[in-house]
Design a binder for this molecule. Structure first.
Ligand SMILES: C[S@@+](CC[C@H](N)C(=O)[O-])C[C@H]1O[C@@H](n2cnc3c(N)ncnc32)[C@H](O)[C@@H]1O
Length: 237
């Protein structure tokens, strides 16, 4: 199941640009990198690494970095941009690694693109060493419940998000800037219960706010938290 990613790879890379899109550059990167730290982790797996941006950013911070993604065109770009990194074609639902292979597993805005989280989240927990951390950045479910209708302009001319069928889990085609892919909407409890069922313990939860960048976008991203960030620990037996 490709869900449009192969055909969307070119426009996706273009939309990220050199620095990443607004949400990455001005909202998520700083708290994600703060949690990665410097020398805190030895072996990192980035699940759904795309064209490898976060793997590249963590190069000076983590000794060994591996990215997996099922989209070949994105992996080609990742390898070309980071010959030192290791980029492997794989799906989150069946990770080609032994148990406890990594002390840091990252999912940076990839959960909403992964079709089967009931397979993927236990896989992320399985490859995590006891005492290790699963670091997740995800789109808030009220935002994914708005896809594909997204926004309306109210009587006062304000841009408003239309949220509907929050409790109905679903995949939907969504398109922007030449990208056309399936995003999955799931209620927040679906994700939380999948992490808990995998034996993980929540150690941090953040709703990061924007810092810097275009003031109009700062205002838009400050109206409500578009993203959340979670750290889950695999307990030491
Ligand atoms: C929104 S992009 C995020 C990419 C990268 N983490 C970033 O932040 O730039 C989602 C990624 O999930 C990948 N993906 C789709 N299905 C997947 C699956 N079953 N397992 C792992 N990754 C998947 C896509 O190929 C794409 O690279």
């Amino acid at each position: 199941m490709d869900n449009g990613w192969e055909a969307s790879a070119g426009p996706w890379i273009e939309s990220l640009g050199a620095a990443g899109d607004f949400g990455r550059e001005h909202v998520l990167d700083a708290p994600m990198l703060a949690r990665v730290g410097h020398g805190r982790f030895e072996r990192m797996l980035d699940v759904g690494c795309g064209e490898g941006r976060f793997c590249r950013m963590t190069a000076p911070r983590v000794r060994e970095r591996v990215g997996i993604d099922p989209t070949r065109a994105l992996l080609d770009a990742a390898r070309a941009r980071d010959p030192e990194g290791r980029y492997i074609e794989a799906r989150a639902e069946a990770l080609p690694f032994a148990d406890a292979s990594f002390d840091l597993v990252v999912s940076y805005l990839s959960l909403i693109d992964i079709p089967d989280i009931d397979a993927a989240i236990p896989e992320m927990a399985r490859v995590l060493a006891p005492g290790g951390t699963l670091l997740v950045a995800n789109l808030n479910p009220f935002a994914t419940a708005a896809v594909p209708d997204h926004r309306i302009t109210d009587a006062a001319g304000r841009d408003q998000l239309v949220v509907d069928r929050y409790f109905d889990e679903r995949g939907a085609w969504t398109a922007w800037r030449g990208i056309r892919i399936v995003n999955y909407h799931r209620p927040l409890s679906r994700y939380m219960n999948a992490f808990l069922a995998a034996g993980l313990q929540l150690t941090a939860f953040e709703e990061p706010q924007p810092s810097g960048g275009d003031p109009a976008r700062v205002a838009r991203y400050s109206a409500a938290p578009w993203f959340h960030l979670m750290a889950w620990g695999r307990p030491v037996p």
